[in-house]
Design a binder for this molecule. Structure first.
Ligand code: AMP
Length: 195
């Protein structure tokens, strides 16, 4: 399974990404998680990106491509991947396409978790209360939504034009959303790989 999840921040990519990965034996590749792990470990990359993450801005496309390239290729050769948080710009999507073409693989589906902005803010507030992420303050949350609208939402058009986009209503309970996502993905999964 090679699938990409799109959603605004707080839209539930992480939870759904993990569930998809488990069901179809794919690797959950979440660039936000990878970047936060680098920050937590205090690596050179982590020190370089920590302010960007805390502000809610995007890390540069070149850093992201360097981070994901080998992981995407490796996962494609194994059980596939669920991309969560990448690509986040049209330039990243173009680079992702080139990288796939280089190794003769293709994305099978792009799922857009469709959630209204107000619901997203509520979810981010709830997460902030539990996790206290550095980028979950009110101002940063709003900024992340603006960055999403400007830089990431154009990907909906980009993938729709390529016939890959499926939008699912993500405003309801998490388990219902998972069921909707599985209904989309089951028909394109190889039956013996569905858990
Ligand atoms: P996320 O956990 O997906 O919400 O990502 C958290 C933060 O990591 C984002 O606000 C960005 O600062 C950074 N980030 C994650 N993925 C990307 C990406 N593909 N391109 C640029 N920045 C990213």
């Amino acid at each position: 399974m090679r699938v990409l999840l799109l959603a605004p921040p707080g839209g539930g990519k992480g939870t759904q990404g993990a569930r998809i990965a488990e069901r179809y034996g794919a690797e959950h590749l979440a660039t936000g998680d990878i970047l936060r792990a680098e920050v937590a470990a205090g690596t050179q990359l982590g020190r370089h990106v920590s302010d960007v993450l805390a502000r809610g801005d995007l890390v540069s496309d070149s850093i992201i491509m360097a981070l994901v390239r080998e992981r995407v290729i490796r996962a494609s050769k194994a059980g596939g991947y669920v991309l969560d948080g990448f690509p986040r710009t049209v330039d990243q999507a173009v680079s992702a396409y080139a990288l796939h073409a280089d190794v003769d693989i293709s994305l099978q589906a792009v799922i857009n978790l469709d959630v209204p902005a107000e619901a997203v803010l509520e979810r981010m507030r709830a997460r902030a209360a539990v996790q206290g992420r550095a980028d979950d303050t009110e101002d940063v949350m709003r900024h992340r939504l603006e960055v999403y609208a400007e830089k990431t939402r154009p990907l909906l058009d980009y993938y729709a034009r390529r016939g890959l986009l499926v939008s699912v209503d993500a405003a309801g309970p998490i388990d219902e959303l998972t069921a909707s996502v599985f209904r989309v993905l089951d028909p394109i999964a190889e039956p013996e790989l569905v858990h």
